[in-house]
Structure formats: C-alpha cells, structure tokens
Design a protein around this ligand. Sequence first.
Ligand code: AGP
Length: 729
Amino acid sequence: MDKLIIGLKRLEYRGYDSAGFAIDDYDYDSLDDCDDRKVEGEDDADADDEEKKNKKKKKKKKILVCREVGKIVNLEALAEKELFNDNNNNNNNNSIKPMNNCASIAHTRWATHGPPNKINTHPHTSDSIENEFVVVHNGIITNHAPLRAMLERRGMKFETETDTEVIPKLCKFLSDKFEESGEKDVSFRQLAMEVTRQLQGAYALVFKSTKYPGELVAAKRGSPLLMGISDDDSGEVSGVINRTNDDLENNINKKRKTTTITTNTKKITTTPKVEFYFASDASAMVEHTKRVLVLEDYDVCHCKNGGYKIYKVEKQKHAHPGYTSGHDSPEYGLYKPVVLSKEVERTIETLEMEVESIMKGEFDHFMQKEIFEQPEAIASTMRGRLVLDVVGAAERVVLGGMSQFADTIRRSRRIILCGCGTSYNSAVAIRQLFEELTDLPVTLELASDVLDRRCPFFRDDTCIFISQSGETADTLKALEYAKAKGALCVGIVNTVGSAISRATDCGVHINAGAEIGVASTKAYTCQIVAMVLVALSLSEDSRSKHTRRDDIMQGLLKLPSAMKECLKLDAKLIELAQELKDEHSLLIFGRGFNYATALEGALKVKEVALVHSEGILAGEMKHGPLALVDEHMPIIVVCTNDGCYEKQQSVVQQLKARDGRLILIVSEDDKEMEKTAPEAIILRVPKVVDCLQAVVNIVPLQLLSYHLTILRGHNCDQPRNLAKSVTVE
Ligand code: AGP
C-alpha cells in the first residue's frame, strides 16, 4: 500500500481532488493461489483441512477498496484507520503483512462527471459488496450514457455519477454473459478487450478482479499510459521481462531462484522480486524503476504470474454474428469474445528523470523551485543545439530532430503556432521573431478553438504544437485535425514519449526537466528559447539576417546568467506582494515582444494567487481598459528598452495622468521612466537582446504571483480547480 500511496503523492502535483485504491483482502493464514510464499510446516497442515481451506479461499477473494476526498494524506489516514487499525473489526489480521504476489491499483481523480465526493472517487467497482471487477480510469468515456442506460435496463444498479462506472459494470455484465453462453475460459485480457471495444472517448485503464486473482490488465487509447519494470534479479528475470518466455502461463516465478530466510519465528522461502507499475506519468514510478515502456493506443498489457505480454487490438469491421456488441441488441442470445489481437513488442527505455527532480529539495514549493531552476533549465534547452566556435562564441544552431524537415517548413505557405494557456503565451512571445527570421506569415491558434472553428488548415501549412505535458487533450485534438488536413506537424514538447511528441512529424524537446507545479514557469521560458532555436535554424541560409542571427545567438549564451541576475529581485517582489496582497484586481500592460509577458504574468497571478488579473496589449489601452484606471488600480507596465519603448513611455504618462498606481518593469540602465513616473515602483531587469527580453521579464511576475499566493494563504502547487495535465476536452 505504501507504494500506491507514494505513487499517488507523486501525482498529486497534477492537482486532483480525491483518491482511492483497491488491494487484495489478503488473509495471511490462508492458502493463496497468487502468493508463492510457503511458510514451512503450515501449508501441509492446511491442505489436510479441506473445509478450512475452502473457507479461507472464499475469504481471500475479496478486494478492499478505500476512497477519500481531498489530499492523499486524507486517504492515507483513512487507510491507516480503517484497514490497519488493530482496534477495529475490519480484517485487522491483514495488517501490513507482505505478499509475494499481489496486484493493486490506485487513482487520483479530477472531477469531470459528478462532484469530487467519496462515491464518485475511483476505483470504481462492478458492485460495492464483492468488488468483483475494479477499475481505475484516466480519460473520459463519451458514450457512457447509452452504455449506462443499456446496463440499467439489464438490471444493473449504478451508484456514482461518473462516466467510468460503466466500465466495471460492463466487465461484470460481459463476464456473466460469456459464462452463461458456455465461454468459460475467457481470459482477463480478452474480457478487458471486449469491454474496451464498447467504449468511445479516451482512456488509460487498469483492471483488477477477484475472478482473476493476482492479475492486472491495462489498456490505453488516447490517454497516456506507461509501464515500469523493476526487478532485483537482472539475470533470469530480465530474460522473462524481455519475453523470451513463450507462454505467460510459464511464469517467471518458476524460473526464479529461491532464497530461504529465517526470521525469529518462521522460515520463509522467497524469490527475487519483479514489479510492474502502470501510471500516466513517470514521476509515480521513478523511485522504483527507470525502465519503462510507453504503451500505444489500442495496446492491452496483461500481467500475470510475474510476467507480462502486450497485445495490440486489431481493428474490426463488423461485430461477429451471434454476439451482442454490448449495446442493447437482445436479438442475439450468445456472447462470444470476438476481439482479435496480436502480440506486440514495445521497447523498454531508460528514464532520464532523476528522483530529485520530483522533490522540492531546499525549496518550500515546487513552483518556487521551478522559477529558480530557470537558468539551468534554459541552459539545458540549448545544450548540444547552440554550437560554439573555438573561442566560445555561438556559431550555429543544430536541431537534429528537425533538420530533414527544415526545407519543407521554409517552403510552407504559413506557420501556425498552436497551444493552450502558458504554451499559447509562449507562441505569442515568439511570433514576431518567427515572422522576422522566416519571412513567412505566422498565425496563432488557441488549440481549444481549432476544432470549434474548423480552422482552415492546408497541406502546405506547418503547424507547431506547443505543450509542456504533451498530453493536453485540446492540443492533441488540434494536432490530429491538422494531420488530417495534411499539414506538417512539429512539436515543442517537454515530456519525452508523450502523445504530442509521438504524434508530430518532428520537433524539439525543450528539456526543461520535470515541471511539477501546476503553474507553468520554467516550461514557458524554455519553450520560448526552443522556438528561438527553431527560428534561427530555419533562417540559417539567409545572408541578410546574418548580423541579427548572430546577435541573437550571442544573446542566448548570456541568457542563463541574465536569468540568475533577475532572480535576485526576489526580496523586492516579497515587498511588492505584501503591498498588493489584498487587491482584487491587477492590470498588466505589454506590447511587441512583451505582450506575451503581460498575458503570461496575468495568467500566473489569476491561477495561483486567485486574484483577477488581465494582460492587456498596451496599444489597446485607449480602446477600453483605460476606463478601469483610477488611484486604486494597481497596474504593471512592461517597458524595457526595445523598439516599443517610446510608445510605452507614452502609455505610462497616460496612466499616470489618471492616477494609476504604477509598477514599472524597466531595463537595468533605464534613466527615463523614473523621471516620467517618479512615484512608480520600479523593477529593474537585466537587458538582453529584444527578442529574448520576454524570457527575462516574466521572472518578476512569476515571483510576484508566487509570493502573492503564499501571503494570501493559497496553495501555489495545486491551485483550486486546476489540473497539471488537462487530458480532457
Ligand atoms: C499554466 O500555468 C497552466 N497550468 C496551463 O495554462 C497550461 O499551460 C495549459 O493547460 C497547457 O498545458 P500544456 O503545456 O501541458 O499543454
């Protein structure tokens, strides 16, 4: 159970509202098919006593399900109390005794169907008494309503408001129907395939059942799912893990060496451990293993007897006659499993993630850690890509993953930059440089708007999809749409192996490291840097842009130290946060390269500090927002020294004339703004090349939103109602 709880805690950063787990109701004294431990002298005695054995077998069949709303610590406390408290009547003989073969599942939920209460929390079950089939699900089942109606008509009772509950209910329904039809040998994998065949929408699922003790089946379509493999016997066990074993039934336990250990009271024979982990995110398993494989859509993985096999479901044209599809079709009496599949290999990869990257270290919060990590994160985005000459000056940009597509991109009709939230804001920040260096029209699309508008994408467009998680449903849908239109699809993604990074034709991993805080900080600045590299590599043949390109490349080299310098503003931002902590609204004005700074700064303030904030294009000020300005309204103006400086000076004058409470972000050597608005609070930031200034300028706004959040008593890492990866539309 500890591993489940720790795994859930590692996922908690994604901002969920309830959690639960299902474990075997294991009776230590009973014989157990799925436990290969033998306690000397006890098994024979038990074998003699048939009645006792049967009774115990009945007992071991149960699955315990525990659910709680709120944070994982609540679930942990409940589990301690209800499952492992010696003072209650609840199977307390089971308390924290090891099992050699067990299959357990857990889940944290972010409510989509039904409020976050105990009933709606996963795991969901086929029935709340026997828990015969138990399921955890990440994703969304879009046809849950007709499935539910069909199952209700067949007498099944639903207890939750979730879309997921149809899945265990379908398991039970189909399992019973197969039995009634004489199909007694349907495997757990086959049953899961028959169930998933009925589902529309997106899912990563793990199934557990008392009918198939010790087994797990995982299935994926549309939602991320990784499998981790950990073993302490790299020799024999890994042979099986690489599946030299032909038959799953010839399980590795038979091949593994055994060791006998003597405890104070008993002699216990053990075998080396092999553990399989399923999770939507590597951070849930990185403490246990770095050996992972990424499951693909329509993959079904079956773990049994210490081994595993992966099958790919084959697409079927028609349901087999004599088989009901699971929808209401009473004309068919017989139920037969019909889904065809073939066994497939998936490569085991080594995670580059370090355990430390998912720990807070010396920092109080992940958001704070990630803000302060930016100098290193940016250096890592550029590592190996910004090539230096012998004297250490930047010479050229090499983007291996994109080089063979560079000509196609240059020949495109236009470039479309597409993402959501912060990732979209990074597109706003880079648009101008893309236009300047590529001489192509560049348009921006909010991914969530692409399908609604059915955007006119064409086969000679290049669409660049930007995403930290690589799993954002809106972005993924927009990507599928662009692919269907024949556009070249490029990814700017942080998470290696994510759906977006696999579905794009080529791309750049931003290498920012794990971003745990729900508020995206280092991913934003690294996305901009990665796209600067893309723009540079697309313009490498342009003689007329040589000087400009060179300035930018040398500017990139200095960027990490400028970021470090900028982070020294922290103390000043604590003071400013003190001053602003009781405000209800904050306006941020930017333009040119820093319109994105205004948008992103405002997004940070609203999402974590829960203060209304608006990022406004300064040129739009007179067209409406000026009406909001009075002596009470705090206004941040980004007016660092670039081509828009004079216009921003005029904006400051106009805001001052309306008594606005001004906070100005200016370049370190600026002398003018202080004179323009002597009573304003001035934040001085290091000066870098204009197109990189947005990377530096966001730092004070990130720090401000962080400190505002802490002073206002909110949770910056898991802001109210938000999830880190928005895997539903
Ligand atoms: C940023 O702070 C937000 N949490 C959110 O806007 C996020 O950027 C957006 O959901 C897109 O996520 P992605 O980068 O993982 O695709």
